[in-house]
Every structure is written in C-alpha cells, then in structure tokens.
Design a protein around this ligand. Structure first.
Ligand code: UDP
Length: 338
C-alpha cells in the first residue's frame, strides 16, 4: 500500500521540523512547503522540500495534485505576542489572509483534512486555575486574535464544506529533539527558555524578566511549558482521528502544570549548573499573568499524555544550545554556579 501523503506547511520551522521527523518515522510521505522566512532546518528534514509561499494558490494546488496530498498540517505562522502588538498588520496578513488562501487552495485540490496550530493566547485573561476548552475565548493581543479568527473560520468550513480540522491550542512549546538534531532557533530569539539557556552558555550576559508585579506568588508570569515532541505526538493522534473519519475538534495541549519565569530560571540553573543573571524590566504588552492547561479532553479523545516535564524540556534544549554554540565555533562557556 502506498504511504499517505501529508503536506507540512512551515515544516522547516521549530515545531514543523520535529513534526516531519515524527511523520516520516510513522510511515507518512512528507512534503514540506516553507518560505524559509524564519526557518533554519532545511537540511535536517526528511521528505520532499518545496520552497514557496503558502498563499501561492497555484503552487499549493500543484503540490497537492502532484503528490496526492491527503491531509495538511499548518505551522507557518508568526508567533510573537509583543511583535503582534507593535505590528498587527504583519500578523493579520500572514496568519489570517495567507492561511485562508492556503485553505482555499487545499479545498480546490480536494484536500479535506487539516491540523491547525492554535494557541492558549485565544483565552486572553482566563482567570481560571486550569483552562479547559469550554472557557470563553477573548484574546488580548493580535497574535491570539489571528489564531482565533482561523479557528472560527475552520469550524464553519467544517460545517459548510466538510473540510475537517483539528485545532490544537498549544500552551508554551519548548524543548528540542533529545538527540540534538533539531531545536528552537528563532532570529531574533524572543522565547523564554532559549534565552535563559543563551544566558547560561554565555551567549548573552543576562535575561530580562518582563514584569515582577503580576498577581502570582513570586510576581512573575506563570506558563505551562510543553515539549515539542509531545506536541508533535498530539498532531499525529489528531491526524489519526481525522483518518478514522471522526469530526474535527479543538484541544488544549499543555502539561497541566505552571511555572513562573523565576522558577524556570531556577530549574535552568540546576540543569545546566551555570549562573543565569536576571534583570527586572517593565511588563511586556499583551502578556496575561497565568496560562495553564487542562488538557483532559486531548487525553480522553486523542489518548494523549505528555511524556516530558520542565526539566526534560530544559535538558534537551540545553543540548541544542550547545550544538548552536559549537556551530558558531564558540563552545558553551557559562559561569559555573557557586
Ligand atoms: N519572558 C521574560 N523574558 C524574556 C522572554 C519572555 O520574562 O526575555 C516571559 C514572558 O513575559 C512570558 C513568559 O516569559 O511571561 C513566556 O514568554 P515566551 O515569549 O517564551 O512565550 P509566550 O508566553 O509569549 O508564548
């Protein structure tokens, strides 16, 4: 039997590249479409690689027909909350307009299964200990608004056109391939764990703590960090759900436990054995104080249980940080903890 062909849009990015490896290992034929605007993993990903824009309808339709694409996974989004506040047009253009064009091209090519990377940012300021999917969605930043717009479009496309989709609301994606082949590498980097590890390795001399006056026990924001491989395993389960003919749905993906920024720094000091200097700064616009998942629905419907906790996430990301340092010809040289 021939392999099921899946299109991975944004397959050269952080989560997309890990997804390609997992899909390949699971026996899917992987076809990647990536514009390479913010990706580095071109060389490391399996399958067929096409460089191009997801809004290029003719290209998407051609790829789908040529490779008999049966389902698509979409990772090609801009993801920085702070930047989305400063430059919302960039986010609405890419994350909404281009994504809708992609979906239209898929529909034109008779692809009717879609996995969408959404975000906990759709909940805004949920004010609950653990967030489940029944809570109201009220994003407080343009990034979350763009993701919610697509979720809503997809839900109505499923009703009207039978274009089935699983919308996965990630909490804080982090970690790296434990073998050190792939990892997070945004430029500029804005995410907490890679920045902390750059401070540990000596690539930067400190990290900024954005706000120490939130309504949390130590005043810093609390987030639910989830390993990239756990996220990818959830996508695989979501794809299997659609393959089994079941309807699309929306799921939270998180570990169900929250850590403050200062707790993450402390855990990173312990894992790396290196000093990490923290400088307190003003709040970053658009940041809610606490975001922690109740991922019970994903556990029940997708059989998904995350394998990795915060320390694994940091340990794997630390290995990757050492790969990045070595690539720059400057091995990690942090200051050992006293
Ligand atoms: N954060 C921070 N300093 C940084 C980067 C992030 O204090 O240099 C905080 C940020 O305000 C948030 C948390 O760390 O509370 C996680 O931020 P990140 O950008 O990693 O992910 P987000 O929650 O925005 O998706």
């Amino acid at each position: 039997m021939s392999k099921q062909a899946v299109l991975v849009v944004g397959g050269a990015g952080f989560i997309g590249s890990h997804m390609c490896t997992l899909l390949d290992a699971a026996g899917y034929a992987v076809i990647v479409l990536d514009s390479l605007v913010s990706s580095r993993h071109r060389a490391a990903i399996p399958g067929v690689f096409v460089e191009g824009d997801m809004a290029d309808s003719a290209l998407v339709e051609r790829i789908c027909r040529q490779h008999r694409i049966d389902a698509a996974l979409h990772f090609a989004a801009f993801i920085e909350v702070g930047e989305s506040v400063r430059d919302p047009a960039k986010y609405f253009e890419n994350n909404v307009i281009k994504t809708l064009k992609l979906v239209e091209a898929l529909r034109a090519a008779s692809v009717d299964k879609f996995i969408f990377s959404s975000t906990a940012s759709v909940y805004g300021l949920p004010g609950a200990e653990a967030i489940d999917e029944s809570l109201p969605v009220k994003p407080i930043n343009p990034y979350g608004m763009t993701k919610l717009s697509i979720e809503q479009a997809l839900a109505s496309y499923e009703q009207a056109y039978g274009f089935r989709s699983v919308r996965l609301r990630y909490f804080n994606a982090a970690g790296a391939d434990p073998e050190g082949e792939l990892g997070e590498c945004h430029d500029p980097e804005t995410h907490l764990i890679p920045l902390i590890l750059q401070a540990a390795s000596g690539r930067r001399d400190h990290i900024k703590l954005f706000g120490d006056d939130y309504g949390t026990p130590d005043g810093s924001c609390i987030r639910d960090y989830v390993h990239v491989l756990d996220l990818c395993r959830a996508h695989l389960a979501a794809l299997e759900r659609l393959n089994a003919g079941l309807p699309g749905d929306v799921y939270n993906l998180g570990n169900g436990g929250g850590y403050s920024v200062l707790e993450v720094v402390e855990a990173a000091r312990e894992v790396t054995g290196c000093e990490i200097e923290v400088r307190r700064e003003a709040r970053r616009p658009g940041d809610p104080d606490v975001l922690v998942a109740d991922a019970g629905k994903a556990r029940r419907d997708l059989g998904w249980t995350p394998e990795y906790g915060l320390r694994d996430i940091i340990a794997h990301a630390w290995r990757w940080e050492q790969v990045l340092c070595a690539e720059r010809g400057a091995p990690a040289q942090g200051t050992p903890l006293r």
